[in-house]
Design a protein around this ligand. Structure first.
Ligand code: AMP
Ligand code: GLY
Length: 415
C-alpha cells in the first residue's frame, strides 16, 4: 500500500512514527514533511494549499491512502478533491471540516443540537460589535470566525482591549477574511481538557484524554501558543466527566453531523472546559491536536493505520481502540521568543538514539537547524506521570540549540 501523510509538524511526525513500520505499507510519503523526518519517509515538497497539486501527485504515484492532517487543507476541501478522484483519505470532507473552519457555524451547530457551550453573540458589522461591548461585563472572549493560525482568540479584560481587538480583526483585517465576522462569547472558568475522537460518521470513539499547556511561560503565564507541552491522561477528566461528555457532547455531536449530512470521517477534537456548571465545548477542531498527538499516540496499542482506514470505510465499530493505562508527558522545545519573533538557523544537537518529533526545522549541509517557533518535542511514557515527566526532561536536557526554550512545569504539581 502506498500512503501519504499531509503536513509538516510534530503531530505529523508522530503519526509517521506510528505507521512507518506497518507491514501493509510499501511506500510512505510525507507532503511536505520536514528535514527531521527524512530518514523515516520520503518528503515531497508540494504546496499543500493547492489541492490540485496534491491530487496530481497522488494520481501519478497511485496512492492508496492519504492522511490529511492539518486544518487548512481539510477546511479547503482536500479530502473532497482526493476522494472524488477515487483516493481513500483519513480526514473530514469540507462539509465536516467547517466545524473548525467557521466558529460561527460551530456555535450555531451546538445551539441547534443543545450541546453545552459558552453563551455567544455573532457579528458581521464592526459598529454593532462595538456597540455590544460597551455594555458587556468583562472579561469577554472575542474570536475571529475563520482560521487564524491559532491566534484568533482574544480574552478581553477591559473595554479598551475589546475595542482594540475588534478594530484589528474587523477593520484592519489582520486575519484577512477570517476576522470579518466575529463571535463574542461568555468567559468560562475551569480546567481545560482536550479529547480527540476517531469518528467515521456512524461511530465515535474518544481517545485517551489529555491536557495541553497553551501558554508560553511557566505557571500558565505569557501569550497563547499552539501548545508548549501536554500530559495524558488529563488528571481532571474523571470517569464521571467522561460519562457526562459522552451523553451531552460526543453523541449529540455525532447525531448533529448525521442530521445535517456532514461527512466527518477523521479525528474530531473537542476542546472542553470543565466548569462548575458542567462541561462545555470551547471549540471543535477537525483534526488531531499538536502536541496532543505526540502525547497520546505513544500510548495507543491498537493499529493506527487500521483504525484510520476504518474511519474512511465507516467500519470503525469493529475496531478495538486500546490505550495503555500509563501516563505520558510531552515537552515542546521552542525558539526563544515564540510565539512572537525569534531567531532561526542555529544547529540542533541531540543524541541520535532519541525518538524526537521534529517540527520547525530545516537542513543545511547535513545539519538540522531550527527554522520555526515550535522546533521539536519529546515524549516519554511511564507508569506514573512523575516518572514520565522526569524522563522527558532528562532527554530535553540533552537536546540543544542556541536560544532553545521550553516550559519547565509540564506535568508538574497540579492543584
Ligand atoms: P481556541 O483557539 O478556541 O482553542 O482558544 C484558545 C484558548 O482560549 C482556549 O484553549 C482557552 O484557554 C481560551 N478560551 C477560548 N474560549 C474561551 C472561553 N469562552 N472562556 C475562557 N477561555 C476561553
Ligand atoms: N494544541 C491545540 C491544538 O492543536 O489546537
Amino acid at each position: 500500500m502506498k500512503v501519504a501523510i499531509i503536513g509538516s509538524g510534530g503531530r505529523e511526525h508522530m503519526i509517521l512514527k506510528k505507521i512507518k513500520n506497518h507491514p501493509k505499507i510499501s511506500q510512505l510519503f510525507v507532503i511536505p514533511g520536514n528535514a527531521g523526518m527524512r530518514e523515516e519517509a520520503k518528503c515531497v515538497n508540494l504546496d499543500i494549499t493547492r489541492n490540485e497539486e496534491v491530487l496530481k501527485f497522488a494520481q501519478e504515484q497511485k496512492l492508496d491512502f492519504v492522511i490529511v492532517s492539518p486544518d487548512n487543507p481539510l477546511v479547503a476541501g482536500m479530502v473532497d478533491v482526493l476522494e472524488d478522484a477515487g483516493i481513500a483519505c483519513f480526514g473530514p470532507r469540507k462539509s465536516g471540516a467547517i466545524l473548525e473552519g467557521s466558529k460561527i457555524f460551530a456555535k450555531n451547530f451546538m445551539k441547534r443540537h443543545s450541546i453545552p457551550t459558552a453563551n455567544f453573540w455573532t457579528f458581521d458589522s464592526v459598529s454593532r460589535a462595538m456597540e455590544f461591548v460597551q455594555t458587556a461585563s468583562f472579561p469577554i472572549v472575542i474570536k475571529a470566525d475563520g482560521l487564524a493560525f491559532g491566534k484568533g482568540v482574544v480574552i478581553a479584560h477591559t473595554l479598551d482591549q475589546a475595542v482594540q481587538c475588534l478594530k484589528e480583526m474587523m477593520e484592519e483585517e489582520i486575519f484577512g477574511e477570517s476576522g470579518k465576522q466575529v463571535v463574542i462569547e461568555e468567559f468560562l472558568e475551569g480546567k481545560e481538557a482536550s479529547i480527540l475522537a476517531f469518528c467515521d460518521g456512524k461511530t465515535i470513539v474518544p481517545m485517551m484524554s489529555s491536557m495541553d499547556y497553551k501558554k508560553a511561560l511557566d505557571g500558565n503565564e505569557g501569550l497563547n501558543t499552539g501548545g508548549m507541552g501536554c500530559i495524558a491522561p488529563n488528571p481532571y477528566y474523571t470517569k464521571e466527566i467522561e460519562q457526562e461528555c459522552m451523553e451531552k457532547i460526543f453523541l449529540p455531536t455525532l447525531r448533529g453531523l448525521q442530521e445535517e449530512n456532514m461527512d466527518f470521517r477523521g479525528c474530531l477534537y473537542f476542546g472542553l472546559m470543565l466548569t462548575k456548571d458542567g462541561v462545555k465545548v470551547i471549540e471543535y477542531n477537525c483534526r488531531f491536536g499538536d502536541p496532543e498527538t505526540q502525547t497520546i499516540l505513544p500510548l495507543l496499542e491498537s493499529d493506527l493505520l487500521e483504525i484510520m482506514q476504518s474511519c474512511a470505510n465507516q467500519t470503525l465499530q469493529k475496531e478495538q481502540v486500546i490505550f495503555a493505562s500509563q501516563a505520558s508527558c510531552c515537552v515542546v522545545l521552542a525558539s526563544n521568543g515564540y510565539p512572537k519573533a525569534f531567531q532561526t538557523g542555529y544547529p540542533i544537537t541531540y543524541p541520535l538514539t532519541f525518538e524526537i518529533c521534529f517540527a520547525g526545522v530545516k537542513e543545511e549541509g547535513g545539519q538540522l537547524l531550527n527554522a520555526g517557533g515550535r522546533v521539536l518535542s519529546v515524549t516519554s511514557i511511564a507508569q506514573t506521570l512523575q516518572d514520565a515527566r522526569e524522563q522527558t526532561y532528562q532527554k530535553i536536557s540533552q537536546i540543544s540549540f542556541e536560544g532553545s526554550y521550553c516550559r519547565t512545569d509540564i506535568g508538574g504539581e497540579v492543584e
